[in-house]
Design a protein around this ligand. Structure first.
Ligand code: MD6
Ligand code: FE
Length: 214
């Protein structure tokens, strides 16, 4: 039954590889405040389905907060200080976000992580993110910190080659994934979101990914 899968049975961190781990429920106490910030900021910078270089709309809707925002369109991927939808800077990174990302990175031994970009992803039933590397950042020494909110998703954790068969890990409300060092360029993705109802987000999943782009 779906409902039983909404919550992990037990809190257990998972080591994914060198410099990479799932920190189980690390953001649980902050989760509802994080969601309130997402909903507030999405009024300033709306969720939109960006186009890939090939001209297809992504099934995940996105906006950014912070000095730099990840943007995709027919010319490719880049970081931009201006939101192309509003022609304004992205909303500020809330202190709560900065503090959480910093503490999560620190837990894996990446001290002093100060992200300058936070991509906010919104998944509805059927949304998915195909296997990719995060390689648009100039600073590859900094880790990436990723926060899952709302409905659980199946995270695909591959290898250094696109064809490496990915492992599958469930990501629950409040889970934080950190990766950096030797794992920084591992291929990863998110399987199709399954229908269910979460007390904090309804039929959706949010994901925050924090990066230091430069
Ligand atoms: C997601 N995350 O969990 C998509 N990328 O919704 C990512 O693509 C991702 O979680 C880099 C690092 C962590 C991530
Ligand atoms: Fe990614």
């Amino acid at each position: 039954m779906m409902q039983a899968d909404l919550f992990a049975d037990e809190k257990r961190d998972v080591e994914l590889g060198p410099g990479a781990a799932i920190l189980s429920r690390f953001a649980l106490d902050a989760a509802d405040a994080l969601i309130a910030h997402i909903e507030r900021m999405s009024v300033l910078s709306p969720f939109r389905h960006m186009e890939t270089r090939g001209g297809k709309a992504m099934s995940v809707a996105m906006f950014n907060c912070g000095a730099w925002g990840w943007v995709s369109d027919r010319s490719g991927y880049r970081y931009d200080a201006i939101d192309p939808v509003t022609a304004l800077p992205w909303p500020d990174l809330p202190t709560l976000f900065l503090d959480l990302a910093n503490r999560a990175a620190d837990a894996l031994g990446f001290g002093g992580f100060v992200p300058d970009a936070c991509l906010v992803n919104r998944y509805v039933v059927g949304s998915r993110l195909s296997l990719h590397q995060d390689r648009d950042e100039r600073d590859r020494d900094a880790p990436i910190v990723s926060v899952s909110l709302g409905l659980p998703a199946t995270f695909l954790w591959g290898g250094h080659k696109r064809n490496d068969r990915p492992a599958r890990h469930r990501l629950f409300h409040g889970d934080v994934v950190v990766w950096g060092g030797p794992s920084r360029l591992v291929f990863h993705g998110v399987d199709e979101l399954k229908d269910a109802d979460h007390p904090s987000t309804g039929a959706m999943r949010y994901n925050l990914t924090f990066r230091k782009t430069r």
